[in-house]
Write a new protein. Structure first.
Length: 236
């Protein structure tokens, strides 16, 4: 006997939560750029004002998605919502693989971002160091929001309902496609981000924890926001 419609609907709920969250973030971004939602003017730099406002408005969306997931599957929420890895249950040695992925992708992101920094005459000066606290803050909030929407909701929501490999590919596809207009962007951005998304999903599935995914994602965002800060510093 075939599976019922309600079964497939239940499988679709985590994906719908993820898409709804990402669509909300995209709507906020477009509204801020179009002037429908006013920027929080804390400086004379419009890009900095946009980033601050965007991060402050995107962060609550992640908590709404988490609340919906908790209502959907409390047990899986509790199973995966922790930061310390359960290395005993992992198929791979994440004490080795985690640092390897972190270092490899961080250096790759640094190389990619250095091209834009040099082209736009970015500088590592006093103005950059003044922006550094914001770089670290934005890296943390952005990594959190994206991990909750594309990793935690998908992995915890679909755990025990689909094969682990399938779950990782779904997370990778959502994370990668969301970077077509992001950083890195274009087809390369989709492929690179998708591969990273697959690895981060694997870390969550295998360790049943968010620690490595959040940490590795945070490092990439430090480089990305840091590059932006260097460009701003060069313009000052």
């Amino acid at each position: 006997m075939g599976k019922s419609f309600s079964h497939y609907l239940r499988l679709a709920i985590p994906v719908l939560i993820s898409f709804a969250g990402l669509a909300s973030v995209l709507y906020v971004s477009m509204s801020l750029q179009g002037g429908t939602i006013p920027l929080w003017n804390v400086s004379q730099n419009k890009l900095l004002n946009f980033t601050i406002t965007m991060q402050l408005m995107a962060l609550p969306i992640s908590f709404v998605a988490m609340a919906l997931l908790y209502l959907y599957d409390k047990e899986n929420f509790k199973l995966f919502f922790r930061f310390r890895s359960d290395t005993a249950s992992a198929e791979n040695n994440w004490k080795f693989l985690g640092p390897l992925v972190a270092v490899g992708f961080t250096f790759g992101t640094m190389f990619y971002m250095s091209v834009g920094v040099q082209a736009q005459h970015g500088q590592l000066n006093a103005s950059f160091y003044q922006l550094l606290p914001l770089v670290l803050l934005f890296a943390a909030t952005n990594a959190w929001t994206e991990e909750m929407l594309t990793r935690f909701v998908i992995v915890a929501g679909l755990h025990g309902k689909l094969k682990p490999g399938t779950i990782c590919w779904i997370s990778a596809a959502i994370f990668g496609s969301g970077h077509f207009f992001g950083t890195p962007n274009g087809v390369f951005g989709v492929i690179a981000s998708g591969f990273l998304g697959w690895l981060l999903a694997q870390s969550v599935v295998e360790t049943r924890a968010l620690g490595w995914a959040l940490f590795i994602h945070f490092l990439q965002d430090v480089v990305i926001f840091g590059a932006g800060a260097m460009i701003l510093a060069g313009q000052g």
